[in-house]
Write a protein that binds this ligand. Structure first.
Ligand code: PD2
Ligand code: ZN
Length: 293
């Protein structure tokens, strides 16, 4: 039967790959000690796969010898959805985990919000929409840019009872205090409106550091889909070839900041152009610490 070899062998494979040994030579040594050929081949393939930069296999492997601590270990505890297929927040909202990816840390929940909550958020914001901005590299201020062609508006924390309820729900599913959240942002995309791929965490430049002076780095994003979109408008993760299509009431969670302070470039993401109809979302960005701007 094929099996995963113990850590001594895993280190042996790693050392020999790094020394430049050929697969054939390694297989010969391994089989000469009594390891079956299929197990030997399997473990070499597993080593290759678990060391690929975009690998998710280390989460399954766990023990495989790596130079860096595994992503999975770094992210443990960073989210709430370790084992649940569904969860109910204390306000009675029952949601289902539709999809989960460990590296990067991405979770899709349906029924995060009711249809009437989605409609109310759109209704409350439709008269205050202005052109969306991106963070300027130098000043850290919001500036208009062709990469982001939506219009939007912000709610302040607990601005009304609905916003307060949604913020409490977000706090429960992320395990983060509500004061660590930036205000909920409502975005509306029409006619080809898009948000080109970007990172939600701040870059290590002047503008980024100005933004991090209060509240620290962004660590988690929640995108809540407030309507169904006739065509286009997916949230895309080009590094992992993942597309999430808007579904009214569902919420997309992703985190990108490890306990050791590293950000995760695999969370590069964007909003694909809306082809037909319009797209409404609510976005919440969570910081490391309390944020009061
Ligand atoms: O509209 C989206 O799907 C989208 C894509 C990327 C929203 C954001 N980023 C965001 O609000 O950060
Ligand atoms: Zn984003």
């Amino acid at each position: 039967m094929i099996h995963i070899l113990d850590t001594t062998w895993q280190h042996w494979i790693k050392d020999n790959v790094q020394r430049g040994c050929t697969k054939t030579d390694m297989l010969e040594v391994m089989t000469s000690t009594g390891i079956g050929i299929e197990t030997a081949q399997f473990n070499l393939t597993l080593y290759e796969a678990s060391n690929h930069p975009k690998s998710n296999i280390e989460a399954v492997m766990g023990t495989f010898a790596q130079d860096e601590p595994s992503r999975k270990k770094e992210q443990e505890g960073s989210y709430f959805f370790q084992h649940e297929n569904s969860l109910q927040t204390s306000d009675g909202q029952l949601m289902h985990v539709v999809m989960r990816c460990n590296a990067p840390d991405v979770v899709l929940l349906d029924n995060f919000m009711s249809e009437s909550e989605c409609d109310a958020l759109c209704e409350l914001s439709k008269d205050t929409l202005t052109k969306s901005t991106v963070v300027d590299d130098k000043t850290g201020e919001g500036v208009k840019h062709e990469a982001r062609t939506s219009q939007g508006t912000y709610f302040s924390l607990a601005q009304n009872s609905l916003v307060e309820k949604i913020e409490a729900r977000i706090s429960e599913i992320t395990g983060q205090p509500t004061v660590n959240g930036e205000g909920i942002q409502i975005l509306n995309y029409i006619d080809g409106g898009e948000y080109k791929p970007h990172f939600d965490y701040f870059p290590d430049n002047e503008g980024g550091r100005a933004n991090m002076a209060q509240g620290g780095q962004r660590i988690i994003t929640i995108i809540m889909y407030l309507n169904d979109v006739a065509a286009g408008g997916a949230t895309i993760f080009p590094e992992i070839n993942l597309n999430i299509y808007p579904k009214k009431g569902s919420a997309l969670y992703f985190s990108y900041f490890s306990t050791s302070g590293k950000v995760d470039p695999l969370t590069l993401h964007g909003g694909a152009p809306v082809i037909e109809g319009e797209k409404w979302i609510a976005t919440k960005w969570l910081r490391q610490d309390a944020y009061t701007a």
